[in-house]
Each structure stands twice: as C-alpha cells, then as structure tokens.
Design a protein around this ligand. Sequence first.
Ligand SMILES: Cc1cc2nc3c(=O)[nH]c(=O)nc-3n(C[C@H](O)[C@H](O)[C@H](O)COP(=O)(O)OP(=O)(O)OC[C@H]3O[C@@H](n4cnc5c(N)ncnc54)[C@H](O)[C@@H]3O)c2cc1C
Length: 462
Amino acid sequence: MRPEQTQLLDTLRDRLGPHAVLDAEAVAERAQGIWRPTPLVARALVRPRNTEEVAFVLKACHEMGQPVIPQGGLTGLVHGADTGPDDLILSLERMNQIEEIDREGRTARVQAGVLLQGLQEAVAEEGLSFPLDLGARGSCFLGGNLATNAGGNRVLRYGMARENTLGIEAVLADGTVIDSLYGMVKNNAGFDLKHLFIGSEGTLGVITRAVLRLREAPRSRLSMLLAVPDFPSVTALLRHLDQGLGGQLSAFEVMWPEFYEAVATAPRCPAPPLPLGAPFYVLAELLGADAARDEAWAESVLGDALEAGLVSDAVLASTAARNEALWALRDSVDVLAAGKPTQVFDVSLPIGAMGAYVETVKTAVAKVDSSVKVFTFGHLGDGNLHFVLTPRPREAEGVHALEAAVYDPLPALRGSVSAEHGIGLEKKSWLGHSRSPAEVQLMQTLREALDPRGILNPGKVC
Ligand SMILES: Cc1cc2nc3c(=O)[nH]c(=O)nc-3n(C[C@H](O)[C@H](O)[C@H](O)COP(=O)(O)OP(=O)(O)OC[C@H]3O[C@@H](n4cnc5c(N)ncnc54)[C@H](O)[C@@H]3O)c2cc1C
C-alpha cells in the first residue's frame, strides 16, 4: 500500500474506531455473497454507524480518489457490488436501526442496513405491512433494495421499491448529505431527488436512510394454483382475475411446464398439488379483508374461468401452511440447477409478446447448445420473465452466445435486458439493447456531475 493509502485507513480508524475498519486480511475471511463462498477481496472494509460517519468516509475517499463500493446484504444477482483489491468497501451492516414506525402516517423511517424481513416483521406487530417482498428477504438490506429498485412478488398491486419509498437520505461522493427524508405521498416541490438514487446501484450516492410507505396489513391471504391450456388463456386469465377480484389480486406468477415439472416432483415435492402435463401453471394470490368472503368470491371467479376454458384445473389454499406450500414451489429455483452451474436471466417485455418470445429463445438456445435446459417462469403480471439456463457453459464465448439468444429479440419488442435485478457488471455490455445512446450519455453525464472523480462503484452500470 502507498503511504497515503495507509494514512487514509488510519484517518478512518481514528474517526470511526478500530473495529469499524477491516484490513484486506480480515476482509478475506468474509464471503463474496450468499451464493458465492469465495473470499471477499478489497483493500479495506469500512462499517460506519450513522450518516455522519458515511459522509466522513466518502469525503476522505473523494479527496484521495479512492474507489468505494457500497455493499448491502450481497444478494444482488448482477455483480453490482463486486470488488477488486484496490477498492474500499462501504458496508451498511451496522446501520440497522428501524428509527420510527408511524402508525397514523403509515410510514417507517429506517437506516439502510435494516433487513427487509426485519422491517416486514416489525410492522406486522403494528397491524401494518411493508408489501415489498422477495425470496432474499432474510438477507437483503433495505438500502440494497432501494439501490436496485427491487421488485419481487407483489409489484402487480403495490409497485416496485420506488413506489413504496417516500423519502431518502443519501450521501454524495464528496460527502455532501442530501436529506430528502420526507414522509408525504404527494410532494411536487421541484425535482423529486429520491428517484436519482433509487435504482442507481451505488453509482450516484450512498443511501443511508429512507422513509418507506406502509399499508394496512391484509386480514386474509388466498393463493390459487391453476393449470392453463395455452398462452392466450394465460393473458386472458390475468385480466379475468384482475377484473373479477376487484383490485385484490396481488400476484400473478406463471410457470412454464419444464419449471413446474422440476419443482413439483420428489424429493422436494412428493405429491404435486396439480398433475404434471399442463401447458402452463399460474400461481395467483389475493390479499383481502375477510377469509370466508374472499374464498367464496375466488371460487365464483374461478368457476367462470373454468367455464370459459381459461383454466383446466385449480387448487385453492387459504391456510398459512397451504399458502406457503404453494409458494414454496415457485421459490424452489435452487432445485433447477441440480448441482450444476446456471445462468439466470431477468427480462421484461409486453405481456402479449411473451408466448412467442419464449419459443424464440428456446429455439435460439438449442442452436447454441442443445444440451442446455431452459426453465421459464416469472412475474408475468408485471411483464417480467426469468429464465434459468443450465448447465452454464465453461467458456465466456458460450455464456455470451446464450445471452445473445435471450437478449437479441428484445430491442424489436422494446423490452428490457433487466426487469428488476439491475445492470451491475453482468449486463453492462447489453445496456445498449434497452437504452438509446442518448439515454446512456445522460446517465454518464449525471454520474460525472454527482461524482466528478468517479469513485462510486466505478465500472458498473454505464
Ligand atoms: C433468492 C433470491 C431471490 C431474489 N429475488 C428477487 C426478486 O424477486 N426481485 C428482485 O428485484 N431481486 C431479487 N433478488 C436480487 C436481490 O435480492 C436484490 O437485488 C436486492 O435488492 C439486493 O439487496 P442487497 O442488500 O443484497 O444489495 P447488494 O447485493 O449488497 O448490492 C446490490 C447493489 O446495490 C448497491 N448498494 C447496496 N446498498 C447500497 C446503499 N445503501 N447505497 C447505495 N448503493 C447500495 C451495491 O453497490 C450494488 O450495486 C433475489 C436474490 C436472491 C438471492
């Protein structure tokens, strides 16, 4: 290390305390992520406890031109928090306080290092709900959720992280604190600056605190697993349920048959809730206020769908255990890999084009390598599809060819190479498939304006 780099770490230790700054050796004792056990690499890792300390760290790094990588729960799926040996990691792990839950205003003020699940549980005790929900809930931080504008299972009804955020506090690269911690739903006093930071993947500022919007906790939950005869019926069913359930539809997930067959068989699932062999499976959810009334309502709406031929078979789950059992199928993505490496995709496109798009992707993948299996599923109600391709090719060329198979049809459909996971490093070379040169240039102009020395998450996104 150069003397000025040693001095930077000494300065940070003096201000934050010796336990707040880990050196490269201590960093290597940590893993790169929840699915990546390889050792973490960095010059140092800093763990501030509050906004003032974050501002101090950034100001010192800005003066030195020291690259800083913000890290949350490390559950991101696009290598957005990856580090190299010269980077300094700014971990939000010690900023983990829920500062206030306002029952009247239905808001929560949190620090960026609070676990998503921690907030969900805390507000549930107050009869409220924070509706953002994803499989990584037990490990991801709210700061990470906002920095990636996370989506998840209930976007159809409640929107993404952005729609559930009322205010943000962020620290710019030079240490300037931007306090936009407002708690109002309506606030048109000039530019709404929080949106600069939401979804910016740690490139425009470090999110330190947020005011989040809460909702009344639903009193009933009913999940439905439905077998559907063809793709036009899937899209017609989405409209039928949305209309028939009067705005209470909270999720509409679709599983292509290869996905359902992999997750609904032994040993993970000894008795499939619906027989294998249907062309499509839909997992829909209704969040309501009266379990008995909702069940009768759902049965009647589904009865109409059966009569119209939109659905060929159905299972309803209203108890907590049966709800969980159905959702466990959708969340069993790990069984698809069967111990082999995978390539995971997250795209969005117009819903009506999805049926044909998936067939195009399958054909293109088979041309690249006919031994690669394609599992398709996703938050179809939000226009969002996921593919798990396995096994992942060993050579970069093979990986690129499969990426091209998935991404190349998207520009003609005005789709996106990233629906909810972000761009990070993994999709940077594909950004031009979804954003025009003028859009990418504007992103770079914003970066240069807010971070003129380019210290925040350099090399990521754009
Ligand atoms: C099992 C599983 C299921 C998942 N399901 C979904 C899903 O349904 N929907 C979905 O959208 N995602 C999903 N994800 C992806 C991931 O959980 C989300 O992207 C999540 O929001 C990342 O949060 P994190 O705290 O782990 O962030 P990290 O992985 O630590 O960081 C992600 C990015 O945000 C930046 N960052 C982190 N904290 C801050 C901060 N405070 N300020 C500025 N930048 C910051 C990092 O630099 C990096 O670029 C899933 C992941 C897993 C493992």
